[in-house]
Design a protein around this ligand. Sequence first.
Ligand code: UDP
Ligand code: MG
Length: 349
Amino acid sequence: MSPTDFPARSPEVSIIIPVYNEAEGLAALFERLYPALDALGTSYEVIFINDGSRDKSAALLAQQFHVRPDTTRVILLNGNYGQHMAILAGFEQSRGEIVVTLDADLQNPPEEIGKLVQKMREGYDYVGTIRQQRQDSLWRKKASRAMNRLRERITKIKMTDQGCMLRAYSRHIIDTINRCGEINTFIPALAYTFAQNPIEVDVAHEERFAGESKYSLYSLIRLNFDLVTGFSVVPLQWLSFIGVILSVGSAGLFLLLLIRRFMFGAEVQGVFTLFAITFFMLGVIIFALGLLGEYIGRIYQQVRARPRYLVQTILEQRDGLPIAAQQAPDVIQPVQPVAAVVSREDNGR
Ligand code: UDP
Ligand code: MG
């Protein structure tokens, strides 16, 4: 069976790859990805989403589209919306029965895709992954383990390794996610909430092939807030408990001071202890306000109902339609057009 035996419209497997400033490593990715997919012996499409890269990534993706127009589609977003939004843009365009997400930096070996596809064919609708010998910095591994534990406590989501993006989802889950319209989300967790028959498999993990991680400490913290506040209101409920505990504590302290007042008379010592307690409580209150802000911010973003991302151009081949290379961005101008339609969409929703 070769990929061309199948109609281009609905392949069995869709591969979704978000790309942000990955120019240095894209050639190596193409070199390993396509042979690995050909080896599956089934129909597939690869959807690259350029998440507003500022390097040559968009041009390289356009070039690759012209090399393999029958199996490659490229979505160019008009700005940087983040990895998860980029993947959602890919989900909306995907047509495969099995949808696999993958990082562009070769940390997820493309050769492992076959393992996930095999599991999906066995009837699972969500294949999660556990990275064997994760190749990331020590502090990231530690922080992610701590987040894993926190998530485990406050949500019903069961994942051994939430961070690995090499995952497979069924068409049904993807269609459900497409109906969600979430703004800040964490895809593996969102998908898990819709899964009926999930499973996890071990996969290899490699060091980044080229370039650096696109996540700063700040964006990692933001992402984890998305994970915690997007899937659970337990932190809000904790606030009430903290409030109760603090009130009981201060009532106790008041009683103690009252008794001492009668036993020893007026005392002025311990003023710094009082400061310490006050500042601690101030900290708790500010944290609580911040946490409330996280939830309110999400509600605000959601009710504004603005488009989550803007698609500038989609490079794809549409059978039977004439070439219509219109309004393509400058970056892809030098590339020779083939039988392809460049469609333009204004709203990614
Ligand atoms: N990515 C993206 N938009 C962003 C940040 C990252 O599309 O704003 C992509 C990036 O190109 C890569 C994947 O998301 O394909 C994972 O990013 P990265 O490897 O930097 O994350 P890490 O492996 O350090 O968690
Ligand atoms: Mg990476």
